[in-house]
Design a protein around this ligand. Structure first.
Ligand code: CP3
Length: 345
């Protein structure tokens, strides 16, 4: 018997009020996160410290009783584990040394990948033991394209121009990099599931900057490879795909990648989201700035999602991560409104 609401919905059941969690739910909008973050070391050290990572993963569960916890880590621990250098600069974001074509074939020469990530697996094991039975634990990785954009540019950019150009000029090199990332990311997810993750999410945050052919080659194909490999080992574990900004290309994504559920960004029209529910669960898709604004903007956003999608398999979430300036009381208001299922009651 499955008593985790999130897993029921990911399995295709309609549950109302829907299960609820938030992308980036452990983070800087929480005073208890900021307090711990201040005494501890660098962000990256925290990702590799199971005591810290377990504690901050649990913080939003204690406060809001979400239906799912998401492992506290970052998508960029994967290139780090492959031997790329990585730093997080306060107030700016990640910095890596841009990878050269000649280095792609030599990634993880030391074969140190899983040893490097052992603290993450330890965090997952401890979390599964500590979380309430009804709370699902979500593991995650970045999709190969999104991770590659940071490896190639060495930082975040507004439109991933360096990586798009790299792919057009050096198609074999990008294909080799994506294929390597797909393989190790699948292994990484398999280990998280072995350690106790109930579901996994693949974040393709930069899927929306690509033309149709590149989306197919650089987003769909590597994610399909991850899903295939994970399924081979763990056929029953749901996989949530989040190709942010995919627009009309969301339509074929579940089928072409084999993911179980679709994470929707806030630009996906609810009528399109409703149509996507015909093939399985959808997750999303409140604009995080409605949550920052609160009041009517928030209530109307929540109600529209519940009204349009609440009759089918829905995981209520934001359309991207919660922002650090978001007031806690607005999160409380959202949780109350979703739990009340106001739109249908
Ligand atoms: O969702 C969660 O609560 C789980 C933890 C999580 C983090 N990052 C923690 C984090 C997850 C799932 C991620 C995913 C991630 N990381 C993505 C994909 C999703 C998305 O947001 O698009 C990407 C692109 C990254 C890379 C990354 N990490 C960037 C660009 C930054 C800097 C920008 C920022 O928001 O600070 C990070 C830092 C980061 N990752 C923080 C947290 C809590 C903030 C670090 C801090 O506390 O100083």
């Amino acid at each position: 018997m499955q008593d985790k609401k999130l897993l029921k919905v990911l399995g295709g059941e309609s549950v109302f009020p829907p299960p609820l969690w938030m992308m980036r739910q452990a983070g800087r909008y929480l005073p208890e996160y900021r307090a711990m973050r201040e005494k501890a070391g660098s962000f990256l050290d925290l990702c590799y410290d199971p005591d810290f990572a377990v504690e901050v993963t649990l913080q939003p569960i204690r406060r809001f009783g979400f239906d799912a916890a998401i492992l506290f880590s970052d998508i960029l621990v994967v290139p780090h584990a492959l031997g790329r250098d990585l730093r997080f600069v306060e107030g700016e974001g990640p910095r890596l040394t841009p990878i050269e074509v000649s280095e792609i074939g030599r990634l993880d020469e030391a074969g140190n990948f899983h040893a490097h990530l052992a603290p993450v697996y330890e965090t997952v094991r401890r979390l599964r033991a500590e979380l309430p039975e009804e709370t699902a634990l979500i593991g995650f990785c970045g999709a190969p394209w999104t991770v590659a954009t940071y490896m190639i540019a060495g930082r975040g950019t507004p439109d991933q121009a360096p990586s798009r150009l790299f792919g057009f000029r050096e198609p074999e090199a990008l294909a080799a990099l994506l294929s390597k990332l797909a393989k190790v990311s699948a292994d990484y997810l398999i280990r998280q599931i072995d350690a106790g993750a109930d579901a996994v999410q693949i974040f393709d945050s930069w899927a929306g900057v690509l033309d149709e052919a590149s989306f197919e080659a650089w987003c769909v194909k590597p994610v399909a490879e991850i899903a295939r490999r994970v399924r081979e080992k763990h056929p029953a574990t749901p996989i949530i795909g989040f190709p942010r900004g995919a627009g009309s290309l969301y339509a074929g994504y579940r089928k072409s990648t084999g993911v179980t559920a679709l994470g929707l960004d806030w630009s996906v029209p609810l009528s399109q989201a409703r149509a996507l529910q015909a093939d399985g669960a959808v997750q999303g898709n409140l604009d995080p700035l409605r949550l920052v604004a609160g009041g009517r903007a928030l209530d109307e956003g929540v109600d529209a999602i519940l009204e349009t999608l609440g009759g089918g398999p829905l995981v209520f979430n934001l359309g991207h991560g919660i922002t650090p300036e978001c007031p806690i009381e607005n999160v409380e208001r959202m949780v109350r409104r979703v739990r009340r299922g106001s739109a249908i009651a």
